[in-house]
Design a protein around this ligand. Structure first.
Ligand code: HEM
Length: 594
């Protein structure tokens, strides 16, 4: 008994010390396993719970570049609970995304990624999640988008869309006083119209309230996805009301966008005639029929439509804002562009796509804006599909990979005076463009996950710049001098964009605009958007869209009737072959007019 008493007494004396020692041991074990389970790659010290999230600040691309200077071109950081490996130089990025393309082509299994398009589509999936079907669908998207740029008729059609939207944009921008000139909004609406014309054969009036709603839906979606990635890596953040709201808004926007795409798809299927392709959605439907090996369901077509619409609309409207910002900042470059255009067009006509080779300076400015702004500073996050080695480091399977395009584009080792804006770096001494300028910088990523819209974007943007500045010019606003500052969202957009737009060749502009109104552009105008369609795509109201041929002449009041007429004509046509590449119904238009 006395022995037991002594033991208790002994333990009592040391109780506090023991508890502290056990706690310390437990903590040390935790810390040890926290660090030992991490890949052996240098990087900043990660704080518990938040990791290095706070070190990124509001200019993550610059903070990540600064970390690369300290830890090397491959480093490890932690965002919330998640380890992220950041790749920073061209060499490292090419070694990973090109030389080991397959291994680095995964996507992290973030919650938000799984929710978009209900886990379908290519953007947020990979071969790991969808198998061969992912590769097949990516091939389909590349092939279909390539058609726009490779065939002269479809390229011509694309350029007509660009011309139409650019002239409307000029009208909208020049018609506004500087106080009411909400350039960002006008540009977003213009670009959404262009993408809608390509995708769905629709264009909408700028004043169309529901269309503006759709555009703001997309804008909000961009913001929410930006914050969504914080929730993906720090799920506990949802206890903060601001972030709880983000989750709700994300669900709401996701559903609404999905319903909109379902409605467009239904509309297309109801009026679809095999062998007649009016727009991209028709090409998808045709592909799902002609290429059964890919096994593309109606849901897959809807998801691919969402992918291309979402990926194209935000990026194009953002780069156009940067083009405007750079050209009101560097007014001498804007003047050189106008001079170059005037030398060929002589202030008498608008450019055609074939004039492009006469505008090397304009094109060099576009490439330099891509490089210098690096407005897509990182790609969408990648992940590894199996364990591998990069440089001297072992990289485990399922590692999350950030590809820092900004660091590569501003790499002093790769570029002379990398921080200077200098379009001449893309020109030879005789003023011609250097060979394959777009392969020298990173904006569209590279390797298996490379953006399939790169070629079409460059073609479209060149034609946009040439058309816009051949008739209009921009002056900076003296009350708000331009600054080359961006705010980080899904992509990086200018912090502020204030200018005055003026028409500089009124006669060319007036002629072109009136010509637009006479020559019917084969797009349907202002179909009812019906954002409130139910999840399964059934319309709550029986709203049939009205189709217009061009800007003035309208089909009969019932679009379906009108299209049925066209379809009957198609069927009647003797050997009935319609060129599949004729995206957006040029042939339909000709037949109907005849
Ligand atoms: C200035 C314009 C654009 C830029 C800078 C851009 C840039 C990018 C980037 C950085 C990615 C991520 C690649 C990766 O994760 O490694 C991407 C993906 C994608 N982009 Fe673009 N993009 C542009 C326009 C477009 C357009 C116009 C379309 C469609 C018409 C498009 C369709 C896509 C698609 C479908 C993906 C997903 C590819 C995949 O996950 O494998 N993009 N884009």
């Amino acid at each position: 008994m006395s022995l037991l008493f002594k033991v208790v007494e002994f333990l009592d004396d040391f109780k506090a010390e023991m508890v502290i020692s056990i706690l310390l041991l437990f903590l040390l074990r935790k810390i040890f396993s926290y660090f030992s389970s991490r890949p052996n790659i240098p990087g900043p010290f990660p704080w518990p719970v938040i990791g290095n999230a706070l070190s990124l600040g509001d200019k993550p691309q610059q903070s990540m570049q600064a970390m690369a200077k300290k830890y090397g071109n491959i480093y490890l950081m932690k965002l919330g609970n998640v380890d992220v490996i950041v790749l920073n130089s061209y060499k490292v990025i090419r070694d990973a995304l090109q030389r080991q393309g397959r291994v680095f082509s995964g996507r992290p299994q973030f919650n938000s990624f799984r929710q978009i398009s209900q886990g379908r589509g290519i953007v947020f999936n990979s071969e790991l999640s969808l198998g061969q079907k992912w590769t097949d669908m990516k091939r389909v998207v590349i092939k279909l988008l390539h058609r726009f740029t490779s065939k002269s008729e479809t390229r011509g059609l694309l350029c007509r869309h660009v011309r139409t939207e650019t002239l409307h944009l000029v009208k909208e921008l020049c018609g506004k006083s500087k106080e009411e000139n909400a350039a960002e909004n006008i540009i977003q609406v213009g670009v959404a119209n262009l993408v809608c014309a390509m995708m769905f054969g629709h264009r909408y009036e700028y004043s169309n309230k529901e269309f503006q709603d759709l555009v703001s839906l997309n804008r909000e979606f961009g913001k929410v996805i930006g914050s969504g990635s914080q929730i993906d890596v720090m799920p506990w953040i949802k206890v903060i009301p601001k972030f709880a709201n983000v989750v709700k808004t994300f669900d709401f926007l996701n559903n609404r966008t999905n319903n909109w795409m379902i409605a467009r798809s239904k509309e297309h299927r109801q009026t679809y005639v095999h062998g007649v392709v009016r727009d991209v959605v028709d090409t998808y439907i045709a592909e799902s029929i002609d290429n059964p090996k890919v096994n593309m369901t109606e849901e897959d077509v809807i998801a691919l439509t969402t992918d291309v619409f979402g990926a194209g609309q935000d990026t194009l409207s953002t780069i156009i804002q940067w083009i405007f910002l750079y050209l009101i900042y560097f007014t001498d470059h804007q003047q050189k562009i106008k001079d170059e255009l005037d030398r060929t067009l002589r202030g008498r006509r608008l450019p055609t796509i074939d004039d492009r080779h006469n505008f090397p300076f304009t094109e060099a400015v576009l490439h330099e804006i891509f490089r210098h702004s690096s407005f897509t500073p990182s790609t969408i996050p990648h992940s590894t599909t199996e364990p591998t080695t990069l440089g001297q480091y072992h990289i485990p399977e399922n590692s999350i990979i950030f590809v820092n395009q900004y660091a590569a584009n501003r790499d002093d080792g790769a570029w002379e005076n990398a921080d200077d804006f200098d379009p001449y770096r893309f020109l030879n001494s005789d003023g011609s463009l250097v060979h394959k300028p777009h392969e020298r910088y990173l904006s569209f990523s590279t390797g298996i996950r490379k953006c399939p819209g790169d070629e079409i974007s460059r073609l479209l943007l060149m034609h946009f710049m040439a058309t816009f500045f051949s008739v209009a010019e921009l002056e900076p606003d003296s009350d708000h001098p331009p600054e080359l500052e961006g705010v980080y969202n899904l992509s990086m957009r200018p912090k502020q964009l204030k200018f005055t737009a003026k028409i500089r060749h009124p006669q060319v502009y007036a002629n072109a605009f009136s010509h637009l109104e006479k020559v019917a552009v084969p797009v349907r105008e202002n179909p009812t958007l019906n954002l409130d369609k139910t999840q399964n795509g059934e319309s709550k109201a029986n709203n049939k869209p009205t189709y217009k041929l061009g800007l003035e002449s309208e089909f009969s009041d019932n679009d379906f009737e009108a299209l049925e007429k066209v379809h009957r004509a198609v069927r009647r046509r003797k050997n009935g072959k319609m060129p599949l590449d004729d995206i957006n119904g040029n042939e339909i238009y000709k037949l109907y007019i005849k």
